[in-house]
Structure formats: C-alpha cells, structure tokens
Design a protein around this ligand. Structure first.
Ligand SMILES: [Fe+2]
Ligand SMILES: [Fe+2]
Length: 278
C-alpha cells in the first residue's frame, strides 16, 4: 500500500470537508459535513499510525490544486467536488483487505450515500470579501483587526493540527500522546470557529502545506518549549482583539478561546515533564 498517498488523500479530504462545513449555509448540512471532516481527520491519523507501525516514512504535504477545487461559486458545485473526493478515496482502497482500509471504505461509502441526498442550491459567499458579519455592527478598525486575526489564526490552527498529529503518532510516551491528541482536537475546534467567522465575512483563506522542518526531525523538547510560548502568544492575541472588538458576544467568544490557549500551555508542560522523565 502506498501510505504516503493514502495519508495525503485522507488529509486532503479532511481539509475539504472542514472548510466545506463552514462554507454552506444550511445548518443540517454544516453538521453533516463537519461530522465527515472529523472522521476524515481520524482516517488520516489511523493511516499515519499504521505507517509508523510499519516503519514507513511520510510527510504531511497536500496538493494545493486539490484544495483549490472547493473554491466554487455554488453549493451545488461544492457538493460535486466532495462527492468526487469520496469517489477517489474509495477507488484508492480497491482490492485492499486490511482492518483500517475496511473501516475507511465502509465510512466513505456511507458518507457518499448520505451526501448524495443533500440538496443545496445556495451561492458560496465565503470568498467574496464583503467584510460584514450578519447582525453585528463593527467599526472599520474592529473589522480590519478581526479580518487580520482570522486569516492568521486559521492558518496557525491548521499548522498546529498537522504538527500535533505528526507528533502524536511519533511518540510512545502515553502522557505526551494524550496531550497532543487533545491539542489537535482543540485546534480543530478553533479552526472551525475562526473559519466560520471568516466565511461569514467573505474572507475565508485556504491552508498552505507546512514546511517539513516544522515537524520532521525536530528536537521535541525544544519544540515543546517554543510552543508553550506560542500558546501564550495566542492567548495574548485573543485578549488584545477582545479589548478592541466592541461587541459583547465576540468579546466573550475571544475570552473563552484565550482561556483555552492557557490550558494548551499547561498540556504542553505536562507533555514536556513526561518526556523529560522518560
Ligand atoms: Fe487555538
Ligand atoms: Fe492553542
């Protein structure tokens, strides 16, 4: 089995589905696409774990042209892209009988049947740069600060998901594994919330592949120390924006995220302690 290709396909699927979930307007469709995204994330992680168990090296690159495919004008076209994606995944599993692949195939076949039942006809407005949040009045300063924050932070959250996932499957210290997986899932949640806001404002930006040196052959202790600082910086960015935003709901949301970032620092400290002791 070509693990690098398998991991890349699951990774591209995860990105397409999580972004699609914030691009469509129908609530039930959002939920469904988000559920699929979370399963595609796990498919990616299981494929990565299987590769590690077999001593197969891989990177976390994805094909940018694949991801660009979701930049379409209508929800109908978006569904078409997602159906195509699942079709391609299922084709990749053909003739392989293996517990992980059997699970992936079964999930994807079910998702494919379900997604074909969706009827969406809306326009995609996630990239139109209109910079308004429905029902929320923001002054120009707050708007540009929020736009900048969302672009930066969606990118960073995506990067963290990749790095924490890679570290998770490449460590055998249980405490560290558990911290990395919690951090990855919290980052997926942050990505979803930030991308939802960006999509509503028409300023959604798609992720870029992460340079290999950000996750391959890194000194893990050094990395963890640096990332504890990153998490503290993320907290600070949320606090700064919360002060300027001038809207109670957004402020509370940013403060909630900032307190989660503090806990991320704590999880990393626990991982660091466990690694130092081993
Ligand atoms: Fe975060
Ligand atoms: Fe964080």
């Amino acid at each position: 089995m070509d693990f690098e290709k398998l991991i890349r396909f699951e990774h591209e699927s995860f990105i397409k589905f999580i972004y699609a979930s914030v691009m469509v307007k129908d609530e039930a469709a959002k939920h469904f696409l988000n559920d699929v995204a979370l399963f595609k994330y796990r498919h990616m992680l299981w494929s990565m774990q299987d590769a590690v168990n077999k001593n197969i090296k891989f990177n976390m690159d994805f094909n940018e042209r694949e991801i660009e495919k979701i930049k379409v004008k209508t929800e109908e076209d978006l569904l078409e892209v997602l159906i195509d994606d699942l079709d391609q995944n299922i084709a990749l599993y053909e003739g392989i009988d293996d517990p992980t692949i059997n699970r992936l195939r079964s999930d994807d076949q079910y998702f494919l049947e379900e997604i074909k039942k969706l009827e969406l006809e809306g326009e995609i407005t996630a990239f139109n740069e209109h910079k308004e949040l429905p029902g929320i009045d923001l002054d120009e300063n707050a708007k540009s600060a929020l736009t900048f924050f969302l672009m930066e932070e969606t990118f960073k959250e995506y990067e963290l998901i990749v790095i924490y996932s890679y570290l998770k499957v490449h460590t055998n210290i249980t405490v560290a594994q558990s911290a990395f997986i919690d951090l990855a899932y919290d980052s997926i949640y942050h990505l979803k919330r930030f991308a939802t806001l960006a999509s509503k404002m028409g300023v959604l930006t798609l992720p870029k592949p992460i340079p290999h040196e950000r996750y391959k052959n890194i000194g893990i202790v050094e990395f963890l120390k640096e990332n504890i600082e990153e998490e503290m910086n993320a907290e600070k960015q949320c606090l700064i924006l919360a002060e300027k935003i001038g809207n109670e709901d957004l402020k509370n949301f940013l403060l909630f995220i900032s307190r989660q970032e503090v806990y991320h620092g704590e999880l990393l400290k626990r991982a660091l302690e466990a690694i130092n002791k081993s």
